[in-house]
Structure formats: structure tokens, C-alpha cells
Design a protein around this ligand. Structure first.
Ligand SMILES: N[C@@H](CCC(=O)N[C@@H](CS)C(=O)NCC(=O)O)C(=O)O
Length: 202
């Protein structure tokens, strides 16, 4: 398998899951501004949606959409326990989290990063994110991870997205459970490995 990624982007989530699951994989870095891979391929030919992540399977087929990619990787390595079995209520709970993270958090950050977005829009988006964080902070009270004691693919995704808060001057210290959660996930050896491989930490 090969993961197309951009350092620190949402592709960090499947990157973490690849390492946490003990999968064999290659990495190919993408310049998201120029839409070129490090080896010089036009990225539009890899993903016509022009976005990371893409997971290229061993048969050459390509899978897109982070929340789906992480489940695919985890399902291939069931012993790693990164997703509950398909069909169980717990699996739907993980999917409930993935959908929340993608639609209510991930996609709120994009316009805030963009220099052309009007300031008033950015302010409203940040306020909305703050309300989501108020709720999330309560959900994490007394829990190690979103699903309880066990780290799942949803944590890889939530961690990836919460990391972006500092870039838009949202201080997670306002939400003690969220802050402790991010520190806890960041301390996992495989998460450290993924961040080092992307050049995010030394
Ligand atoms: N729906 C996609 C969204 C992926 C996405 O937003 N990727 C961003 C990086 S976090 C990207 O590649 N943006 C570049 C662009 O849209 O030009 C998914 O969930 O995988």
C-alpha cells in the first residue's frame, strides 16, 4: 500500500493508523499547492479531487476519503483492535465519531486557513468550533479516548484535526479534557513516529 500525504494535513490520520496497525506501507509526499508528488507526478492524475489522503492498494486501485481509508486499513489488521467489528453497535459509534469529525470539525478549519476568507466569516467559524469543543470536552471527561479505554481510528482523526487549533490561534487549554486528550494521543509511540516521518516534530 502507498499513502499519498501532505505534512500535517488530514492524511496524518491514516498515516497514524498505518503505523498503529503494523501495516506495511510506502509514503509519497504531495505538494498540495503545486499538486505535484515528490517524485514529480501530476497529483491530479492520482486523485482528480486534488486532495490528500489517497491510499493506493497493492492492486493499483486507489481509495480516497480519510474516514473510509482508516476503516479499510484497520479492517485489514483486526488484531490491532483499531475498529470494532463491522455490524456491531460499537462500529456505528466509531462511524458516528468519524462523521462528526469530518463534517463538524475538519471542514470548519479549511476556510479559516485560507487568506482570502473574510475575517467576519473566520470569526464565526472559530466561534462555532469553540461550541463544538465545549461539547467534546464534556464527552471526553473521565475517558482516555473517544470510545473509552481503547484507541481507535476516530482518535487518529480527532487528534489530527485538533492539532490545527494552534495554527488558528485557538488555545486548547480552554478545554482541559481536550488538551489532556491531545497530549495523551501525541505521546503514543506510533503517533510520534508518524509525526517525525512527516517532519512535524524532531
Ligand atoms: N473529503 C476529503 C477531504 C480531504 C481534504 O480536505 N484534504 C485537504 C488536506 S486536509 C487537501 O488536500 N486540500 C487541498 C485542496 O483541497 O486543494 C477527506 O475526508 O479525505
Amino acid at each position: 500500500m502507498k499513502l499519498y500525504f501532505a505534512p500535517g494535513a488530514c492524511s496524518l490520520s491514516p498515516h497514524i493508523v498505518l503505523r498503529e496497525s503494523g501495516s506495511q506501507f510506502d509514503l509519497e509526499q504531495v505538494n498540495n499547492q503545486e499538486k505535484k508528488t515528490k517524485s514529480g507526478t501530476d497529483y491530479w492524475t492520482i486523485n482528480p479531487k486534488g486532495q490528500v489522503p489517497v491510499l493506493e492498494l497493492d492492486n493499483g486501485e486507489r481509495l480516497t476519503e480519510g474516514p473510509v481509508i482508516v476503516q479499510y486499513i484497520a479492517d485489514k489488521k483486526p488484531d490491532a483492535g483499531l475498529v470494532p467489528p463491522a455490524g456491531s453497535i460499537e462500529r456505528y459509534r466509531v462511524q458516528e465519531w468519524l462523521n462528526f469529525i469530518t463534517s463538524e470539525l475538519h471542514k470548519s478549519f479549511g476556510p479559516i486557513f485560507r487568506p482570502t476568507t473574510p475575517d467576519a466569516y473566520k470569526a464565526i467559524s472559530k466561534e462555532n468550533l469553540g461550541k463544538r469543543f465545549d461539547w467534546l470536552d464534556k464527552q471526553l471527561a473521565g475517558k482516555l479516548y473517544l470510545m473509552g479505554d481503547k484507541f481507535t481510528v476516530a482518535d487518529a482523526y480527532l487528534f489530527t484535526v485538533l492539532r490545527w487549533s494552534s495554527r488558528i490561534e485557538i488555545d486548547l487549554a480552554r478545554w482541559p479534557n481536550l488538551k489532556a486528550y491531545v497530549d495523551r494521543v501525541a505521546a503514543r509511540p506510533k503517533v510520534q513516529e508518524a509525526m517525525k516521518a512527516e517532519g512535524l516534530v524532531k
